[in-house]
Every structure is written in structure tokens, then in C-alpha cells.
Design a protein. Structure first.
Length: 370
């Protein structure tokens, strides 16, 4: 598969939204990668001062979280510009391509959005919609910096129909090998390398299942309710149908508790929504701290979000997808469902700790997110 890359520098500074403190980047350039006459990726590259990079790093802008960073080669100098390369999250690429078909048109469209007198809600110019691929600085003795996890397993590759499990598993293993060799003591490196080689084959099986499109896991020409029912039957979940509202009620047991789930089909809007409902309702005297907990937990989340009913005290985690003009495959359903229950299971101990008054909200979040 040969790729064609089209580049275009911006004519002006680009301002990206970040809460109440926008981020203005200078000398940005945009590139579109085309494969088989189809645009598969949009990248944004720009330079920042070391001071501005410190802000980006501290605030984890462009999804630059510590756990996605590969080891740093050398140290940044305080005087030289730092280059940051990012890629647009694949689920937002169709939105960009509705308004642009060339790199120049895409750059001008982003500039147009950023120059609106009132802040726009368009996600294309929000920092969290872009994934950092690399951070580099040119120095007299060469280039220093680091790549991120997304440079090893690019999201555009994950979404590409011709992606192979070997490509994906190799990328993941290479990232963790590099990270491990830099962060673990020499005595444990050999054992860890063996472990990482082992997970390559496990991940290969997982991706083969996710990306296969056989008659058994396709949902073409089916209603969404039929598709999700067939999925949970094949995945051996126990459930109760609520056909009058096109919903399934299910039970899931994680490492930290058991709770009720709801899988809802919105046929007219061609949407699928999945909820995990916390097994504990929040008492009235704990609803303010739980509101803070939910707000902190939701910040930076990509796959779904927590919802809190302040009146009833119900907490739930939601993942959803709009498949208008497409099919709801088993692979998509599985990704949504298991991403959902994993997040509820991860944050449930923190929810319980805040309700029971064991820790302050910040400490509860810190225990989870580290």
C-alpha cells in the first residue's frame, strides 16, 4: 500500500480551544495522507517554545499523558524551538473531510473555525481531539526528544480495513519494550521482554477477532436492536429484553463489583448506546463531592463519559456510537461494551471511597489515575 502525503503550511497562527485558556501555535502545517485515493489521516505539526511545551506537557494537552510517552533521548535545551507532531482522532476525520478535500482547504477550514468571534463547539479545534505522535528538538549534536504510543500504533492504522494484527501487535510490543528497557532495573528486563513477547500473540488473536468481517460477525441489513441482541447472545451474556424500548438489561461482574448494564438501540437516529449503572446510589450529603469526582474523572476521557443524576444520586458510564450510513459490526459493539465496563470497574473503588468518606476527592482520583 503506497501513501501520498499532501502538505500545506498555515497562513496565520492557529488557536486551539482548551477550556478557558486557548492555545495559540505558530508556524503550523497540516498534512493529509492518502491511500488508494482515500484520505486516511490528518496530521498537524507545529513549533513551540520550551515554556509553551512545559504548559502542554503539564496540562497533558494533545493527550500527552505520561503513560503514552516512550523514553526521552537527551534533554531539551531552554533556547531552541520544540517540534510537536499530532494526528487527528480518526472518528473526527469524516467531519473534516465534509468541509475539505485538500490540505489547503483543511488548513483554511481550521483557521476559519479558530477565528470565530464566539468560541466554537466544533471538536476539530480542541486540543483533546488531536493525539501527540512525537516531540522533538534539533540541537547542535543532533535531534533529541521522544515518540508516543500513537507513533507505534497509529489510530489511522487501527481504523484501516487492511490493518493486520501483526502490524498492531508489533507496534504495541515495540513500544512497551522500549519503555520497559528504560524504566525497569536490568535484573527484570529479560523477564519483562519475555512477557511482552507473549502478549504479542495474545493481542494478535484479539485483533484478528476484532478486524475479521465474516458472516458470523457482520450486522449488515439488520436493525440495531437485532445486531446488539445477536452480539450479546454470541458473547454469552445473560440478558432480559425490553422490546418496547429496544433495550436489553444485562448484568456484569468486574473485579471491583457487580452492576446492571443497559444496551439501547435508537433505530430512527441509527445510534447504539451502552450504560453501566453504578450499584450504589449517592446519598444526598455526598452528592457535591461526587459531582467533583465525576467532573475530574471525565476530564480527558475519550471513549465515553460518566453521567450523574444529582436528583436521584444515580451514576452511570455511557459509551455510544452513530452508525448512520454504515453497519453496526460485532467489532464496534465489543469495543464499546468492554471499554465501558472496564471504566466503571476502574473508577468504582474511587466512587465508593468518596461516598464512604475514606478519602478526599483529589486523593480518590489520584489513586485511580496515578
Amino acid at each position: 500500500m503506497s501513501n501520498h502525503i499532501e502538505n500545506c503550511p498555515f497562513s496565520k497562527e492557529l488557536t486551539l480551544n482548551k477550556s478557558s485558556n486557548p492555545l495559540t501555535i505558530r508556524t503550523p502545517s497540516l498534512s493529509l495522507t492518502q491511500q488508494n485515493n482515500q484520505i486516511i489521516e490528518c496530521r498537524l505539526t507545529f513549533h513551540v517554545t520550551p515554556e509553551l511545551y512545559h504548559r502542554i506537557d503539564t496540562e497533558k494537552l494533545f493527550n500527552l499523558k505520561p503513560e503514552v510517552k516512550a523514553p526521552m533521548s537527551g534533554d531539551f535545551l531552554p533556547s531552541n524551538q520544540i517540534q510537536i507532531e499530532t494526528t487527528l482522532q480518526p472518528d473526527l476525520l469524516p467531519q473534516l473531510l465534509e468541509n475539505a478535500s485538500t490540505a489547503e482547504e483543511a488548513a483554511n477550514y481550521l483557521l476559519h473555525l479558530s477565528q470565530q468571534p464566539e468560541p466554537t463547539t466544533n471538536k476539530l479545534i480542541y486540543t483533546e481531539s488531536w493525539l501527540c505522535l512525537s516531540v522533538k528538538q534539533q540541537q547542535p549534536n543532533g535531534e533529541v526528544g521522544y515518540n508516543t504510543f500513537w507513533n507505534y500504533v497509529n489510530p489511522s492504522t487501527l481504523n484501516h480495513p487492511e490493518a493486520t494484527s501483526e502490524e498492531l501487535s508489533t507496534g504495541i510490543v515495540n513500544f512497551f519494550k522500549e519503555w520497559t528497557q528504560a524504566n525497569l532495573a536490568e535484573a527484570t528486563q529479560n523477564a519483562t521482554s519475555e512477557f511482552l513477547e507473549g502478549i504479542s500473540s495474545v493481542f494478535k488473536e484479539l485483533v484478528d477477532e476484532t478486524f475479521s468481517e465474516t458472516e458470523d460477525n457482520t450486522t449488515a441489513n439488520q436493525s440495531i436492536f437485532t445486531a446488539i441482541t445477536n452480539f450479546f447472545e454470541s458473547d454469552e451474556w445473560q440478558f432480559v429484553k425490553i422490546p418496547e424500548i429496544s433495550t436489553l438489561r444485562l448484568l456484569f461482574r468486574g473485579e471491583n463489583g457487580q452492576w446492571t448494564c443497559y444496551a439501547k438501540a435508537r433505530e430512527q437516529k441509527q445510534q447504539f448506546v451502552f450504560y453501566s449503572v453504578s450499584p450504589i446510589n449517592v446519598p444526598e450529603n455526598k452528592r457535591l463531592p461526587i459531582t467533583e469526582f465525576i467532573t475530574r474523572a471525565n476530564y480527558g476521557m475519550i471513549m465515553g463519559n460518566f453521567e450523574f443524576d444529582f436528583t436521584t444520586g444515580e451514576i452511570r458510564y455511557k459509551t455510544s456510537i452513530d452508525v448512520e450510513g454504515d453497519n453496526l459490526s460485532f467489532a464496534l459493539i465489543k469495543q464499546m461494551v468492554y471499554a465501558n465496563v472496564m471504566m466503571m470497574d476502574e473508577y468504582l473503588p474511587g466512587i465508593m471511597a468518596v461516598i464512604e468518606g475514606e478519602v478526599e476527592v483529589k486523593e480518590a482520583i489520584l489513586r485511580i489515575e496515578g
